[in-house]
Every structure is written in C-alpha cells, then in structure tokens.
Design a binder for this molecule. Structure first.
Ligand SMILES: Cc1cc2nc3c(=O)[nH]c(=O)nc-3n(C[C@H](O)[C@H](O)[C@H](O)COP(=O)(O)O)c2cc1C
Length: 325
C-alpha cells in the first residue's frame, strides 16, 4: 500500500525518527495519544548488514506498532543492498523505508552520509534508485534544505522524486543550522509546489499553533513531530483538536502527566526488562516534568533510581507532591 493511503488522515501527524529516543515504548505511547505513524531510530546500513545485538534491539517492534517507518543511513551501495536483504528477512513487518539525507552530526555528514549527501544529489539519486528497486515497501527520503543555504533545496527534492520514491520528509533547516534557528517555511512551500509526491514537513512542531502555521504556510501533506513530543505525547491530541475543531486544549493536569509517565514506564519495563527499563526511562521522567517548579529534588532522585519499585515511587511522589506549574 502506498505511503499516502496508509496515512489515512486529513492532518497526518508522524512521530519523527530520533536516534536514542524513538524506542518502542515511546512510539506506543505516542500512538496512544494520536500519532498515526511512527519511526524507528535511524539504523546504519552497515550495522544492519552485520546484524549486531544492538541493531536487533533497535528493530524491536510489535503488532500495535504500525504503520511503522524504518530509516537507513549509508553512502555505500553494497551496504544498502545487504541491509535491504536483512530487512526483508526480518520477521516483523514495517511499512515504509526511509533514507536519511538529513543527519547533521559532524562525524556522519563530513564523511558524506546523512546531510553530507545533500552535496552530491547525483549520488543520492543513485542510492535511492537502488532502494526503490529492492524495497518491498514504499520508499521515502528525509532531507534538509541544503548544506549552508537553501538555493538547491528544490532541485535536490526533484532529484529524489525522479528516483521513484513515494514521499519526502523535509526538515526546514540547513545542515549548518543544526537544530537551531528559524525554520524556512517558504523553502518547504516551494518544494511542495514542485513535487507530485507527498511532502511531510519537520521543524519546530512544538505546539498546536506551530503545527497550523506549518500546514498553512507550506501547504505540506503532513507533519513530523520530534522534540515537541518529548515528555509530551499530548501534543498529538492538541494539534488535532486545534486543526479539526479550532480548540486549544488545556495543558494536562499533574495526575494526567503521572498516569502517562506510569504507562510509559510500564512499557519501558515490558520492553527492556527491569534494569534497562529504569535506566532508559530516566530521561523521559525529566522531559515529562519540564517546566514544573520545585521538581529538582525528584529529578535528582530519579537519576539515582536503579529499581522498578523505586521508579514507581518517584512517579507517585510526583503525583502527590504539591508542585507549582
Ligand atoms: C535527539 C534527536 C535525534 C534525532 N535523530 C534523527 C534521526 O535519527 N533521523 C532523522 O531523520 N532525524 C533525526 N532527528 C531530527 C528530527 O527527526 C526532526 O527532523 C528535527 O528534530 C526537527 O524537528 P523539531 O524542531 O520539531 O525537533 C533527531 C532530532 C533529535 C532532537
């Protein structure tokens, strides 16, 4: 089924790929709050070819976790081919294969991978053609607007479309901007005007108003929600309520936050076991309690927490402590 059909919504909201963050528990809780699509963490084609234990962990999914995108990173044709072979053998199904031409991390982009490929559109097109040919599921690419300027953003996007992909994800910043600075709505809008395939926009989708602004100013076909969802799965419901009914929902009460945290933590234990479940949840506790006055002692306690029972207690302490917001 094409990517567009699977989106199945007037305002598709997709949980973005985030390395070190987009694990199964986070994807499940985001879906429960309204994300229609989610991504696994980015996987390097080389590690997929060798299928390390860590890679198998990254690929962990379940039947609730659909539709689901896998994202590959590479610049080498051979590794791309063998990674695809491995993915095809993998027992769980995924629904979209995305190729990363957006990662700005220096050690990746400087060796010509991720955003480094924006400087070689011909090479990007060649790699995408291989993926389109070998992939059993629809293929997409995630790009930025360019290396240090947006002059060739439209041409890069056209080049990707010519390779036969199904959709394009556009982070509306350049590689040099990293994750800071203004998102260029106009440049995303220009790409949308030139392309026939769905254009999904990314960048500063931090609340419902920003989401509306992105749809209005770019004409995009959907949104990738990234940092806005950290400790804030309500963002999906909030964006929907605002776009569909024009309602700005109130921020969740402390009890609702504690309920979501508990659910997320239970999923973390189920997925990673007691020890790693606790360790991997710590950063989410910090994100869930962002902006809460007087939270510091509890956060410090979380960082020392090593057992499931202790984490449950810190979540309950949050629920019942008189904390100002
Ligand atoms: C910690 C972190 C990890 C990320 N990892 C990836 C990744 O692996 N692949 C990718 O395409 N984008 C990745 N991104 C970029 C996001 O998908 C998104 O495009 C970017 O954060 C802009 O959206 P935002 O301003 O709403 O956060 C990452 C972003 C963050 C903050």
């Amino acid at each position: 089924m094409t990517f567009k059909k699977k989106l199945n919504s007037k305002f598709p909201l997709i949980l973005a790929p985030m390395a070190g963050i987009s694990s199964l528990p986070f994807r499940i809780i985001s879906r429960e709050f309204g994300a229609q699509y989610a991504f696994l963490e980015m996987i390097h084609a080389r590690s997929l070819s060798y299928e390390s234990k860590k890679t198998r962990e990254l690929l962990r999914t379940n039947e609730m976790d659909h539709p689901l995108g896998v994202q590959l990173l590479s610049k080498e044709e051979d590794f791309v081919k063998s990674a695809l072979k491995r993915l095809n053998e993998y027992k769980y199904k995924y629904d979209l294969l995305d190729f990363n031409a957006a990662c700005p991390v220096r050690k990746i982009s400087s060796r010509g991978e991720g955003a480094g490929l924006l400087q070689s559109p011909g090479k990007l097109k060649k790699l995408l053609k291989i993926i389109v040919k070998e992939s059993p599921v629809p293929v997409s690419v995630k790009i930025r607007l360019g290396w240090d300027n947006t002059d060739s953003a439209g041409d890069i996007a056209m080049c990707a479309q010519d390779a036969g992909i199904d959709a394009i994800f556009v982070h509306g910043r350049t590689k040099v901007q990293g994750y800071r600075g203004e998102v260029d709505y106009k440049a995303i809008g220009c790409i949308k005007k030139r392309l026939k395939i769905p254009v999904i926009a990314s960048g500063n989708i931090l609340n419902a108003k920003r989401a509306k602004q992105m749809f209005d100013e770019t004409g995009c076909d959907g949104l990738l929600v990234a940092r806005g969802a950290l400790g804030n799965p309500w963002i999906f419901k909030e964006i929907y309520a605002y776009l569909v009914k024009g309602i700005l929902l109130k921020r969740p009460a402390i009890g609702e936050i504690a309920d979501a945290m508990q659910r997320h933590f239970d999923l973390s234990i189920e997925c990673f076991g007691d020890k790693m479940g606790v360790i991997r949840f710590r950063k989410f506790y910090v994100w869930y309690t962002k902006g809460v006055t007087g939270i510091r002692p509890l956060r410090e306690e979380v960082m020392r927490t090593t057992t499931k029972e202790a984490m449950n207690r810190v979540i309950e302490k949050f629920r019942f402590t008189k904390i100002l917001r």
